[in-house]
Design a protein around this ligand. Sequence first.
Ligand code: CTP
Length: 419
Amino acid sequence: MARPNLIDKLKKALPASAQPPLDAIHRRARAESLPLYLVGGAVRDLLLGRPTLDVDLTLEGDAPALARRVAAGLPHVRCVVHSAFGTATLKGSGFRLDVATARAETYDRPGALPSVSPGSLHDDLLRRDFTVNAMALSLTGDRAGSIIDPFGGKADLDAKLLRVLHEASFRDDATRILRGARYGPRLGFRFEAKTLHWIERDVGFLESISGPRLREELTRTLREPEPQRILLRLQELGALRAIHRALSFDGRRAEAFETLNRLLREPSSTAYLALMAWDLSLQEAAALAARLALNRRQTEAVRAAPVARELERELSGRVKPSRTVELLSPFPLPTTWALAASGQERARRQALRYLRRWRSLKPALDGHALLAMGAKPGPRLGEVLRHLKAAKLDSEVRSRGDEERMARRLLGLSSDRRE
Ligand code: CTP
């Protein structure tokens, strides 16, 4: 039965700026009798009544050619073509529409990127991860508005099951284990029994996945609302160990993730990565950063995590604010947030005070003020400023006058007449 209302629903679910390009592609494909489909996560989300952000279209035909013709008629829309994959992206403000030539994929070896060749819609759905992601919404022709569902995706959607399309799925692409784990908390889905069995059997194939692909999957995981639930599941499945032998996640780490989430409403994935490296040795943290091909900022935060952990003891004792600042200021901020979420209670409080107040606290006097008071330019000036800052942090000076008196004493200047 035709369900044109799904097409309307799709258009309504998109940001307003994405509607003209989608309409234009849709009109042109209809006029030229080209078989065009909505595929992937957008079909799943549409059927679940969830917002759709990413639109992936598949064409049985030359997708880049269609995309170029459409973009030519639309001001403010850019068309980026990847000829090797037969795909094109239409980009404008606040939207992105991907149009791909339907393709078949074969995997030469586990973990490798697939070889692709043009194919039918069926081939295109067959290369996908889970049945719930392997449905299409037909946008043109007699079946416009109907769902094409060769693998029982709709039934699995209703039963909230993640089922792979064939037994070799995780061998072909073990990142599907990470993708599936993400859908658990987000959509309330669980792995179907055979799929779970194949994950347990094939989880070791994660070892063959390249660092950049793992980093991409992991950062997508860390951007989900409750990444700790996904990581606990990945731990259970043995996936973290397969990614890197020192990587593990337990209830304590999950609590630290929750704390970080409370402290910062949207923690950066870098701070989460630092938390993941919290219990590692220096060597393990460096090896993990290399395995995940982390960028420089992420690598610094991860490598600093075991060093920050070592500060917990000193920060748990009676330590002056100025000493806390001295200890913490060399650390990357994401690592310090990790400390604020993970360390012992007192150390956490110190780290939080540092992050929220002390690190931005400045003395009332700056270098210009000291020069105006008669100080000579040179390194001594810097020392005095640092001294003033420490004194202010430790409440030894409370007013500008206090600071001036202290500065004069330190610089060996005579007292001001006003005194
Ligand atoms: N896909 C796949 N295997 C992968 C990556 C992607 O089968 N390793 C397919 C799935 O059909 C997926 C679609 O490509 O639905 C689009 O991929 P992506 O945008 O990454 O996923 P979404 O399903 O949109 O998931 P999410 O909601 O997490 O973005």
